[in-house]
Design a protein around this ligand. Sequence first.
Ligand code: NCD
Ligand code: ZN
Length: 346
Amino acid sequence: MSETITITRPDDWHLHLRDDDMLRAVLPETTRHFGRAIIMPNLVPPVVTAENAIAYRDRILASLPEGDDFQPLMTLYLTDHTDKEDLAAAHASGLITAVKLYPAGATTNSASGVTDIKLVMPVLEKMAEIGCPLCIHGEVTGTDIDIFDREAVFIDTVLDPLRRALPELKIISEHITTKNGVDYVMSANSNLAATITTHHLIINRNHLFAGGIRPHYFCLPIAKREHHRLALRQAATSGDARFFLGTDSAPHTNPNKESACGCAGVFSATNTMSCLAHVFEDDGALNQLERFTSLNGPAYYGLAPNKARLTLVKSAIPMDYPTHIKTANSEVTVFDPGFPLHWRVV
Ligand code: NCD
Ligand code: ZN
């Protein structure tokens, strides 16, 4: 007999949808299963004003597959020059749900990011005052800092000082990849939470080089050592309200990944729920899956959980899913967890 679980329809608290052809290609992969998603603003050029966010939201809504019930939760990309009044108005009107801080140069399309946190303190103070959450890509960017240490150094040198200076600011430490990140969130007050990706629960840094270089496992923050992955698994499957899903599903075409200088980003929208059911079952925590994917995130953002439900069924025969998603001119490779997937969304 097949096993079944039914949970509240999940949300994705960190998602890259891109624009144009890519948007049209990847959007159904998310809207099929997810009710809402925090939409990353790192387009080229980035979404920096309320006007940009309205236009981008409208392009997303215009691309929605018919019948899919999905709400894009928009964000603004924080720059050294962000206008705090524009931001406050965008938040007050419900246009944006959060603001995204990329340290300049930290990741894909982050060139317009913040060069020094001191420059944006007046904006962050305004955000604390109006209750607008800040999503943070938590990595330092100096080339003198080893890539595997960038998250831990960011916590000590940027995040902790920021939280001490502005304890009222609601922060989401995004896509944490280290035990340091987990421990820091657990030690903090109620104004800090973290998202965790699907792939960081499954791969460690060895997967990047298993038998040769594996560009489709390259993302930022980069996967770390096994003990970090185990700390993430423990946090995600514990049910702790401060940890929730942000897939960071980040599509790049195959030529841009399989290149002498390949882009960072793992595309996992297609099979995320199946991967997560596998992970939670493996850890004897299927009963906590709903908290991680569907309850903890809305609670932290002050939103109601989705009303709709999602059912997953486990079959003895592994599920078939596409290894690639077609875009107008190319293909995007779907995350390969490295094991067959038996849980399928029905
Ligand atoms: C993201 C992208 O491609 O936009 N890449 C990634 O490796 N995660 C940017 C980001 O979230 O860091
Ligand atoms: Zn991202």
